[in-house]
Design a protein around this ligand. Sequence first.
Ligand code: PEP
Ligand code: MN
Length: 382
Amino acid sequence: MKDLKLAGLKAERSAIEVKGVTIGGKEIILIGGPCAVESSIQMSQSAETVKKAGGKILRGGVFKPRTSPYSFQGLGREGLNYLVQAAKEQDLLCVTEVIDAPSLELVVDQIDIIQIGARNMQNFELLKMAGKIKKPIILKRGLSATIEEWLLAAEYIMSAGNPNVILCERGIRTYEPSTRNTLDISAVGVAKELSHLPVIVDPSHAAGRRDLIASLSKAAIASGADGLLIEMHPNPAEAVSDGPQSLHPEQFIQLAGELGVVARSVNRIFVHGVHKNEETLESLRDQIDDIDQTIIEQLAARMQIVNKIADQKRLDRVKDSPREREVIQRLIKLSNELELPSELVKKIYPLIFEVAVQSQIKRKLVREQELDLSLVEHLGSK
Ligand code: PEP
Ligand code: MN
């Protein structure tokens, strides 16, 4: 794919930062809200649910590109105000779809992230316009688009000047009628192999039915997605669009509570429902589990460096007491600044050094043995 000059894979994956929320980092980002913005109350209730669940971004369509011209087309400017206001109330970011130049112009200054929908994925003029702004673009995969076409659509936006593209897999047309579309879960991995851009998954438009959303969301995280875009409505039975696939608020919150464990299993983080006033034992323990995982990962990374250092030391100089004392002094000072009992440093670090020294000695002895053996072989062959 030689034309993926900007979207193609590079040494580092891109993480897109918007007002303190990073898409494509370690944390899984949850986006939720109704298909269409209908009223102010509907949006404030949705925002409350997203916040409770630990979501970071509120969604809601104000321009709806509907399959039938007789279906609800969106509230436009009025709906935009409801969306922006509700997001603000809960300190969430907001995303909405644009369909043409006037809608883009209307929303661009008020919305944090712009969505280009599946039906417009190959609207090349719209892609070029999206390339002229700096706000991140969620680019949905077209109904029948190949991964290559989807990535080339991203390339259109990027080559027009906007590097902040988030790919969104939302299901493709297949011959299978039991779901609205077929979630192409392998597209997440393929897109990530071909491109450095973050990839999120929308299970709602893929499934078209709410009973599958939880399992597809978990599969998406397990497959490497950086985030989820899920439709949720305060009262799905009354929704003007996509009611059957919209989660009830309590289902959305319950699902969010189940995502952390899946995220951890693939070395990612999702912290659900953290509220200053509503810190439950469970959510606090989730946070501790995430931190513990990071501590062990960092210790493992430290050990790898320790082993590299071994190759640069003489066997009789593996233990370096002055350096150990210096490190401990520095960390005691740091722990005092962070109000962490310095006893912890005094107890843990001698043990870390001990294990490191043992590992270095072992490694050096193995190396020396290997050298001896190859010398014997060398002499033997002469
Ligand atoms: C939407 O997100 O509401 C939407 C219309 O999605 P898609 O473009 O994926 O059909
Ligand atoms: Mn929808």
